[in-house]
Ligand binder design. Structure first.
Ligand code: SF4
Length: 291
């Protein structure tokens, strides 16, 4: 849940999950729609799908226990180097470091060396006798991440309070490396066509090929073309929506109709048992101005 998402956003979702599903077995019995419904609003929905697939695999193949080798852990859906190291360290107290953005920045600043010039695997291996000395590896993993989030922060690191300030090369160097990388934002343009009825419902389909929301409930959506306006459709408005590093420029059209194409179903904004992504909820909000 915490990948790409702030702690304060995650806390209510995490609490809801652990209250409803106290065991891996319970989690593994959810349907995809049920886990997405619990995850609704948190974004990056591939994480929820991977979590469910991993829970099922752990229950079925590993007797509901996390394997104790990195090789086996990486067989779980959606688990790469970072997550595998975090899991094996936090759960099995294995001497390792989960190298996330915070940890990379801490090492990069401490050495005053660009992240791209550091071989983190080698760095950890060479320094293992210094890092893993007190047999509290899981605490060490968390401490490093927290240190990056709270002290050696992306902006304005708290060097005066830092326990590493006497040996930090970033602090002493007149030529400090730059560590604030700006994410490149990609602008994409879409036309969205909404079938609407008098019950304030929208026709949605899961049959769409939009990569960032593939197989989720969406209206008809197409890459924007000049002169794409079909006379049957009324222009409602232009608006922007951001998803991850995408900035979406959207022209929204609508049509009142009782007939909808095959593979579309009517949905209301509220009282849906089915998962509706925030992207589609925003469309509902725009269309609600028609009533
Ligand atoms: S002294 Fe400053 S830059 Fe160096 S590790 Fe500490 S907080 Fe980061």
């Amino acid at each position: 849940m915490l990948q790409q998402t702030q702690v304060k956003t995650v806390i209510p979702y995490f609490n809801k999950f652990v209250k409803q599903h106290k065991t891996l077995e319970s989690l593994s019995k959810l349907t995809e729609n049920q886990i997405l419904k619990l995850w609704e609003g948190l974004g990056y929905y591939r994480r929820a799908r991977h979590l469910l697939a991993s829970a099922k695999l752990l229950v079925k193949r590993y007797n509901s226990k996390l394997p104790d080798t990195l090789k086996e852990i990486k067989k779980l859906p959606g688990v790469g180097d970072y997550t595998a190291n975090a899991l094996i360290g936090l759960i099995h107290d294995y001497p390792t470091i989960a190298v996330d953005g915070n940890v990379k920045r801490v090492f990069s600043r401490y050495l005053n060396k660009k992240e791209s010039k550091i071989n983190f695997e080698k760095l950890i291996h060479i320094n293992k006798k210094n890092f893993f000395i007190v047999n509290r590896n899981s605490d060490f993993i968390e401490a490093l991440m927290e240190f990056g989030a709270l002290i050696c922060k992306p902006k304005d690191p708290k060097c005066s309070q830092c326990c590493l300030k006497k040996s930090c090369r970033y602090l002493e160097s007149p030529r400090k490396i730059k560590t604030n990388k700006r994410k490149k934002v990609k602008i994409m343009n879409y036309d969205i066509f909404c079938y609407v009825n008098k019950k304030k419902q929208l026709a949605l389909t899961k049959k769409n090929k939009i990569s960032f929301l593939k197989n989720f409930n969406l209206p008809l959506i197409k890459k924007m073309k000049n002169n794409s306006l079909n006379e049957d459709w009324q222009f409602l408005k232009n608006y922007k929506n951001s998803i991850s590093n995408l900035s979406l420029n959207i022209n929204l059209y609508y049509k009142f109709s009782n007939k909808i194409p095959k593979l579309y179903n009517w949905y209301s904004l509220n009282n849906n048992k089915e998962f509706i992504p925030s992207f589609t909820k925003k469309i509902f909000n725009q269309v609600s101005t028609l009533f």
